[in-house]
Design a protein around this ligand. Structure first.
Ligand code: GDP
Ligand code: MG
Length: 378
């Protein structure tokens, strides 16, 4: 680590060098103003002024060490099993994302409880019949690329396939282009749903033409982008769209190892008055079980109960399955990663370390801000 002199340290602390020398003498350190100050002494002095001293680069190292503890051991090919695709619906505002998701959920979500309203937990599992048998598709409930980008910004790549909704009576609009760019940046394949074909002004051919200008060439024009005309209102074309998504997923040969401790991503989390912290987790590998100890973001917990996307209690959840869980000790953030660890004690230990690191970097940010404030007053 870099060496800092008494003078430089005084400057950083915002203390007169003479005052600092006196503080050092009080600690039994007799040093000259241009001599270096050691870390421990600096820490003691800083404490007096309510500041925290950190060794350069240590935080990142600690963080790396923490991550290293949780590094996923690579799976052998024979341990991998097929998993359902995770799908995000994107597109311009009012082009029909929510209506399409609702249509798919309401007509395709099998085994809904009699008379019960399906509660949204952040993702929906859809069962479909294809020419190759039954398939599961998992739709994330939050449409739009903001959620997609927010997840990616936190290091969580969740989506396997993007469904781009373009209204046939409106065509390619600014957020359509943004969505295309985000999906491309993430390397996620795009399937286009040309929506609102029931409307009199609908012009699917024009939509195809416009998409061509953004690098999406329809299959029937010799390109490789699947474009399905649909109506989210009448349901026309939706079965074909789902079949195309399943086909695309088959091509991708999505796999994960279900036979190990689970890890994945927090899709949503909130504090429920009665049930405490409630989080929707998307399992990405392994199998999550009731009783598992987990770390989710900065917090620990032991899974007390789990519910699937239809609100039914479940004992375990494998890869690609979204579940609502109870038992976390606090509310993590959407996009946080979660890991199963061997015990609640271990989970708490990791959570505590993470909280310390988070606090330290928050302190660091505060200090920087106050320094900037000082400068702006000069
Ligand atoms: P979002 O902003 O992309 O989520 O768009 P919405 O799903 O909220 O839809 C915007 C409006 O378009 C609503 O009034 C929907 O009823 C309507 N809409 C969505 N899909 C269709 C469709 O296929 N046909 C028709 N006629 N209207 C639609
Ligand atoms: Mg909407």
């Amino acid at each position: 680590p870099e060496v800092i002199s008494v003078r430089e340290f005084a400057e950083k602390l915002g203390v007169e060098p003479n005052q600092l020398l006196q503080d050092l003498i009080a600690l039994g350190k007799f040093v000259a103003i241009n001599q270096p100050i050691d870390f421990e002494t600096a820490s003691k002095v800083a404490e007096k002024y309510g500041k925290v001293v950190k060794l350069e680069g240590v935080e990142e190292e600690e963080e790396k060490a923490l991550e290293a503890e949780l590094v996923e051991t690579p799976d052998r090919e024979e341990e991998l099993e097929p998993r359902a695709p995770i799908i995000t619906v994107m597109g311009h505002v009012d082009h029909g994302k929510t209506t399409l998701l609702d249509y798919i959920r309401n007509t395709k979500v099998a085994e809904r409880e009699a008379g019960g309203i399906t509660q949204h937990i952040g993702a929906s599992v859809v069962d479909i019949d294809t020419s190759e048998g039954k398939k599961k598709l998992v739709f994330l409930d939050t449409p739009g690329h903001e959620a997609f980008t927010a997840m990616r910004a936190r290091g969580a790549q969740v989506t396997d396939i993007a469904v781009l909704v373009v209204a046939a009576d409106d065509g390619v609009m600014p957020q359509t282009v943004e969505a295309i760019n985000h999906a491309k940046a993430a390397g996620v394949p795009i399937i286009v749903a040309i929506n609102k074909i029931d409307k009199p002004g609908a012009n699917p051919e024009r939509v195809k033409q416009e998409l061509t200008q953004h690098g999406l060439i329809p299959e029937d024009w010799g390109g490789d982008t699947v474009m399905v005309p649909v109506s989210a209102k009448t349901g026309e074309g939706v079965d074909e769209l789902l079949e195309m998504i399943a086909l695309q997923a088959d091509l991708m040969e999505l796999k994960a190892n279900p036979n190990k401790p689970a890890r994945g991503v927090v899709l949503e989390a909130k504090l429920d008055k009665k049930r405490g912290p409630v989080a929707t987790l998307l399992v990405q590998s392994g199998t999550l079980k009731v009783g598992d100890a987990i770390v989710a973001g900065l917090y620990a917990g032991k899974i007390r109960a789990m519910f699937d996307d239809k609100g039914r209690p479940v004992k375990e959840a494998g890869p690609s399955m979204p579940v609502e869980v109870l038992g976390l000790e606090d509310v993590p953030l959407a996009g946080d990663k979660f890991y199963v660890v061997e015990s609640l004690e271990k989970a708490r230990e990791i959570a505590q370390k993470r909280q310390e690191l988070a606090r330290q970097s928050a302190l660091e940010r505060e200090k920087r801000i106050s320094l900037e404030d000082l400068f702006s007053q000069m």
